[in-house]
Design a binder for this molecule. Structure first.
Ligand code: FE2
Length: 274
C-alpha cells in the first residue's frame, strides 16, 4: 500500500516579527495544525525589506522550533545569554520547554534569505522541561546519495543513517533532491502524520501533482512513492507521531488547557521566564 495525498495546500502570505514577510503554510486557516506540527513558515526573499526587521525579543513555551536555513544568516540570542548563528544549510533546534525569550535577527543586509521554521509540539509531560538548544552546522547533517538524487537527514533515520535532530517523540525531517524522471520510495511509520512541501520543481504522488510552493498532506498508512516528472525537484518531507492531546494556543504559547495559556501570559508578564 502507498500513501496518497489527502489534501494540497498553498500557504498564505503574512508577516510576523517586526515585519518579516513570509508564507504561513501550517498554522493558517487552511491547515490549522497537523498533529504534532503546529506551524510551518517559509521565508524566502532577495529583498532586504522583506526580512531586515527580523524577530526582536519574543517568548515561546510548550513546543520546539526547528529553523532550517537553506540560504542566509541569522543570529539567535536569548535572555538567558545563549547565542547561536545560523548560516547556509544549518539548523537550529530549539526546545522552548517551560519558556524562552529570544530574538532571531538577520545578519545580512542584502542577498537571499531562504528557509523554514517548523513548530513541533511537545507531549504534555514535557511541556515544562528546561529550554535547550541544538545548533546543527550544515556539515553535521548527513547526506544519503542515491542514483537519482540525495536526502539530507535532519532528523529520523534512512538506510541506517540517523540525523542530528533529537525530537522528544517519533519524527523525521528530510530535505530531498529528486532528479527529473526519477522515483523514490520511502518508508514512513504507519500512523504518523506527514507532509511534503515542494520548494523547487514539482513532485507526483500516485496520480496527484504537487507544484512548487505547495504542501501535500499525506494519508497515514503505507510507503511514500514519489516521482519527479518535469524537472529536478526539491522538497522537504516531514512526518511525526501524532500526540492526540488537547491543544490550547495563545500566540507564542502552546499548552494543553486554556488555564495553562493564561498562566504562561502571567509568567511572562511578571518576569518568570528565563
Ligand atoms: Fe521565535
Amino acid at each position: 500500500m502507498n500513501r496518497n495525498v489527502q489534501s494540497i495546500i498553498k500557504g498564505i502570505k503574512t508577516s510576523d516579527g517586526a515585519g518579516v514577510n513570509l508564507t504561513r503554510i501550517i498554522g493558517s486557516p487552511e491547515l490549522n495544525m497537523l498533529d504534532p506540527f503546529l506551524l510551518l513558515d517559509e521565508f524566502g526573499s532577495e529583498d532586504p525589506n522583506d526580512y531586515i526587521a527580523g524577530f526582536p525579543p519574543h517568548p515561546h513555551r510548550g513546543f520546539e522550533t526547528i529553523t532550517y536555513m537553506l540560504n542566509g544568516k541569522f543570529r539567535h540570542k536569548d535572555s538567558a545569554g545563549n547565542e547561536g548563528f545560523l548560516t547556509d544549510g544549518s539548523v537550529q533546534w530549539m526546545t522552548a520547554g517551560k519558556g524562552v525569550i529570544h530574538s532571531e535577527m538577520p545578519e545580512q543586509t542584502d542577498g537571499l534569505i531562504k528557509g523554514f521554521q517548523l513548530w513541533l509540539n511537545l507531549p504534555k509531560e514535557k511541556k515544562m522541561i528546561s529550554p535547550k538548544y541544538n545548533d546543527i552546522n550544515a556539515d553535521e547533517i548527513p547526506i544519503v546519495n542515491f542514483k537519482n538524487g540525495k536526502i539530507k537527514i535532519i532528523s529520523g533515520k534512512h538506510l541506517g543513517i540517523s540525523g542530528p535532530g533529537k525530537p522528544h517523540t517519533g519524527m523525521l525531517y528530510f530535505d530531498i533532491l529528486l532528479d527529473i524522471g526519477s522515483d523514490l520510495i520511502l518508508p514512513i511509520e504507519n500512523g504518523w502524520n506527514g507532509f511534503i512541501y515542494v520548494y523547487s520543481g514539482s513532485i507526483n504522488i500516485l496520480d496527484k501533482e504537487i507544484n512548487k510552493n505547495h504542501l501535500a498532506v499525506l494519508t497515514q498508512e503505507g510507503e511514500l512513492k514519489l516521482h519527479s516528472k518535469e524537472e529536478d525537484s526539491r522538497f522537504i518531507l516531514v512526518a511525526g507521531e501524532p500526540l492526540n492531546e488537547p491543544v490550547a494556543r495563545g500566540g507564542p504559547f502552546v499548552m494543553n488547557t486554556k488555564s495553562e495559556i493564561l498562566q504562561a501570559f502571567s509568567d511572562y508578564e511578571e518576569g518568570r521566564f528565563a
